[in-house]
Design a protein around this ligand. Structure first.
Ligand code: SF4
Ligand code: SF4
Length: 165
């Protein structure tokens, strides 16, 4: 099973792609106008979309349980290239997913922010030029009290009301 675990990815390497995109593209383009490279650069790497969620009477409730393939130290997916094969409910971050109601992405998610007329926060890696700034600002899952979904029987016991969800 470990053959498809991906452990050597350096999140800072994403910024090599900045030379291939329009400077400050996020201020000039709507989400639907962005190239695939620009779209992928928007993700801040917080990991919060990999928390398990519940739909309770039409409202999305986040839990502090996470997908078993999330690396809580780096907030990265351990099986990124194979995620849709291995995890039935892993969601692709598409325009439709960003606009889905009720909102299931955290309110700090760059896609949701831009699509709703907000600016990127000053800790966003595209603003700082450093992948680690999301962690340093306390906006990722790093250093939070988390529980792997494996072995959880009643997710309702794990609902959290964090301000940044
Ligand atoms: S919540 Fe949004 S910004 Fe955070 S990891 Fe998921 S897609 Fe990226
Ligand atoms: S498989 Fe999907 S939900 Fe699980 S950690 Fe990877 S991206 Fe997140």
């Amino acid at each position: 099973m470990t053959d498809w675990l991906e452990q050597d990815y350096d999140p800072q390497s994403r910024f090599d792609e900045l030379k291939n995109v329009e400077p400050e593209f996020w201020k000039k383009k709507k989400l639907e106008q962005m190239s695939k490279t620009e779209w992928e650069l928007l993700c801040d790497g917080c990991g919060k979309c990999c928390l398990n969620k519940l739909d309770i009477r039409g409202k999305v409730k986040f839990t502090n349980t996470h997908c078993r393939f999330l690396d809580c130290r780096t907030c990265l997916c351990k099986i990124y290239e194979h995620r849709f094969e291995k995890v039935e409910d892993c969601r692709d971050i598409t325009l439709e997913a960003v606009r889905e109601q009720p909102r299931w992405l955290p309110k700090t998610c760059a896609y949701w922010l831009l699509d709703n007329g907000f600016e990127l926060p000053d800790w966003h890696p595209l603003i700082t030029g450093r992948a680690a700034s999301v962690h340093e600002a306390g906006m990722s899952l790093q250093n939070r009290k988390l529980v792997s979904e494996s072995g959880v029987s009643d997710f309702e016991d794990y609902i959290v009301e964090w301000e940044d969800l």
